[in-house]
Design a binder for this molecule. Structure first.
Ligand code: FE
Ligand code: CA
Length: 523
């Protein structure tokens, strides 16, 4: 989804594509060497925990604990080029009288003194408190929760999801309300940052030019993470994160830039910077450590027999938009079996995980709209070529798979588009009688697009003319989901403004999906 910027595509054929994939090996990973200089008595000019703490990727026996040392986060990290020992503790109480796990690690300069501790030995589906120490400093106390045991028949899971938090568009007013909800997990579907340069006369302003270097990406993340409501929401819940396009570059596809004249080498070098900074700032497991300009972010996170989250990456492996970007009829190349939204590796993984899943609800946490929203006027049907309908071959293959393999209650969570939708996912959308095989909930943006609640004629039209649309709303906010074995309830939470802090919140609608009956009904 672009924000006031025209996209052009860089034409890249298969041969060039393969050449540049080979060049990936020439771009090195952040190397964590054994002979790194370690400063055993670090002292800091300023509080090194200004970026806060976070946790994520919960498992039944543990979770990732995150922090990133920086005494001057907006101007490099302000630390010398040496490793810094960091101790960590996990307790069952906030006063840390019952410490259950502790250890120490090194904050390495190669990954911006970020720390990603993978704690084990915890109890399933329990709350814990954690903190870090370095030198004489102690971090804020974080709170986190492990996932249930995979065989456990848990009664309910509650989580919130959001996406698209363009800093300049406003204040992250949904987060203080999210913090008050009783949640096991927060899911972020991408556009965590935006790459654009700072622009005057907006509620807030990005530091610097459009970000390209590693230091520029780092500074941008620091600027976002210093936002109090965002940092506090990381402190209070475990997060399951994935990216969309703006963590790197608007509407990119694989190695293809939105701008003309960017060589694939240049683009890959930039992607390496973008992916590394993302890793540094997110509570991710070591399995996601980038290798050059590649980073494996798709993964599974199971919540007992109730819900299985399949976290997808629809940007890194997709072929270039088969029909180019923008809105076009669904014709020609969108049906080409050589095009792909997920890439073969991820698609095979997804289908195999779905086939083997024993969970009641199978949740696809992903980026772009899956329902074929026709936004055209009258006879001229137009679909967004950056979203799943631009990759109709992949879209039909996945929906057919849901149907043929009788996948248990597929629910698709979507970000990117900055408005809410509820869509019934029909096997064949051109045939009214075709079965519904899944349900799609599209979260709006946290801030992107400004205050919201306005009339967007193109979307109003799409909501009216596509029968599978059950709900549309243009407010900013987030989405809160409450899952039990029998039903899934989605509450759309909306803020009234983002151009200043402290907005109230309201719930424009709630929807229910009954187990065994795909498609949503208004609650
Ligand atoms: Fe966005
Ligand atoms: Ca996006």
């Amino acid at each position: 989804m672009q924000l006031g910027k025209e996209k052009k595509t860089y034409g890249l054929d298969r041969r060039h594509f393969m050449q540049y994939v080979a060049s990936i090996s020439a771009i090195s990973s952040p190397v964590i060497s054994a002979d790194q200089t370690v400063n055993h008595r670090p002292s800091f000019k300023d509080n090194p925990f200004q970026l806060g703490v976070a946790s994520g990727d919960p498992l039944p026996n543990g979770v990732v604990l995150w922090t990133k040392l920086a005494s001057n986060p907006l101007e490099g990290d302000g630390l010398p080029n040496e490793a810094v020992p960091v101790a960590w503790e996990v307790a069952t109480d906030e006063a840390f009288t019952k410490i259950v796990q502790r250890g120490s690690t090194l904050a390495m300069p190669q990954i911006g003194h970020s720390v990603h501790v993978e704690v084990n030995g915890l109890k399933p589906f329990h709350w814990y408190f954690y903190r870090f120490h370095t030198g004489k400093e102690t971090s804020p106390i974080g709170r986190t929760r492990t996932a249930p045991h995979p065989n456990e028949e848990i009664e309910r899971v509650r989580f919130a999801f959001t996406s698209c938090q363009h800093f300049e568009s406003g204040y992250f007013n949904g987060y203080p309300h999210m913090q008050k909800e009783d949640l096991d997990l927060v899911v972020h579907l991408g556009d965590y940052i935006y790459e654009y340069k700072g622009v005057d006369n907006r509620p807030r302003k990005h530091i610097g030019q459009e970000i390209k270097s590693l230091d520029e990406y780092r500074t941008r993340y620091a600027q976002y993470r210093l936002d109090k409501p965002l940092q506090e929401t990381h402190r209070l819940f475990p997060w399951l994160v994935t990216w969309d396009d703006h963590e790197f570059d608007n509407n990119y596809a694989n190695l293809v830039s939105e701008e003309d004249g960017v060589s694939p080498e240049e683009f890959l070098a930039r992607r390496k910077n973008a992916y590394q900074a993302y890793y540094e700032y997110m509570p991710l497991r070591r399995r996601s450590l980038p290798k050059g300009p590649n980073m494996k972010l798709y993964r599974e996170c199971q919540y007992g027999q109730l819900a299985n989250f399949l976290v997808l990456d629809t940007r890194q492996y997709r072929t270039d938009q088969p029909n180019g970007d923008h809105q076009k009829p669904m014709t020609g190349k969108v049906f080409d079996p050589n095009t792909t939204m997920l890439g073969d590796g991820q698609e095979n993984w997804l289908m195999s995980r779905l086939s083997q899943s024993s969970s009641a609800w199978n949740v696809l946490a992903q980026q772009v709209v899956m329902a074929p929203l026709n936004r055209g006027l009258g006879e001229s049907k137009r679909y967004s070529m950056d979203q799943w309908p631009g990759y109709e071959y992949s879209r039909r293959k996945l929906l057919n798979f849901f149907h043929e393999k009788k996948i248990s209650n597929p629910v698709v969570l979507t970000g990117d588009i900055h408005v809410n939708w509820v869509n019934d996912l029909q096997l064949d959308f051109q045939n009214e009688k075709s079965p519904i095989v899944g349900t799609e909930f599209v979260g709006t943006s946290m801030t992107s697009g400004g205050n919201g609640g306005n009339v967007i004629p193109e979307y109003e039209r799409a909501a009216a003319q596509n029968d599978f649309v059950k709900f549309y709303n243009s407010n900013r906010g987030y989405v809160s989901c409450d899952i039990t074995k029998k039903s899934w309830t989605t509450h759309f939470r909306a803020t009234t403004f983002v151009d200043k802090p402290d907005s109230p919140v309201f719930t424009p609608a709630s929807f229910v999906v009954e187990e065994g009956r795909p498609g949503a009904e208004k609650a």
